[in-house]
Design a protein around this ligand. Sequence first.
Ligand code: GLV
Length: 325
Amino acid sequence: MPSDFPGAERLTIGFAHAAYRLGDCFAARKTGIRFFEVRTFDDLKARAGEADVLVLSGLWRNELIALAGRLRFVQSVSAGVDQYDKAAFGAHGMRLASAQGANERAVSEHAIALILAMARMIPGARDNQARRLWRPMISDPAVREDEMGGKTLLIVGLGRIGQRLAHLAKAFDMRVIGTRRDPSAGAGAADAVHATADLPQLLPEADIVALTCPLTTETENIVNARSLALMKKGAVLVNVARGRCVDEDALVAALESGALAGAALDCTRIEPLPADSKLWSFANVLITPHTAGETRRYEVNVIDLLQDNLGRLWRGEAGLRNQIV
Ligand code: GLV
């Protein structure tokens, strides 16, 4: 089928990301395709009308649809696509592809780093270093550093990132159980896979609960007062998914009561995390600023996806790589 997608000579691509150097990476490929690059939402609003293609993630707002009259395709820079109104994309004949896979290694490695940091008490060591304090050994075994072998890791969202995390955790001899929307899609490296609805039965078994799921109506607030109450006393929560997967008031209450031993959070409901959030003040909370996906290869991975999808659009192929709409 011939494609009515604008040819390379007529195409304008808009790169819109606060930090990533997508424009430099694209320019280095010498395609001759026109592009612009912006770093703020205001600049994006001003130039959205020029773009046939946008490459962006956190700077997307659904109000851009009204401003971007030529827009035909959005290549998301993020693996998660919760910020896009898919029905509106369909209604406006716009296509959308995620960056799933671009950060699979980075996010799973970040999750295992957070798990190890919590078990080996690395954040406290760093705090002590800042105070030039050589902490004495701990006599109470209950609050000492721990080891991972034989511990149960529950992965909520056994997709590509979750399966890679399962693979890494098996190297530490952990028992790994997981949930996914469609358990028939397989357990990957995990020992067992269950439906998301089975979470209440699984939570009491877990020493560590790691969220690697997309944000959907099913996973919004999946960690709430009820699920926290089902977790083992002394369990640890790790969130490399989305802040809205967790009811933060319930999390703060579980940390204050000591029901949870700690939490490692790469994402929060409001980002940046407001200065007055209680989460900043817990010694047993480790926060990273939504950096789990960051990698030195990110631009290359995204531009590879973009070029693959532009090729498919020009050839009039029905399917995109990582197609969402
Ligand atoms: C990061 O959060 C992503 O969705 O890629």
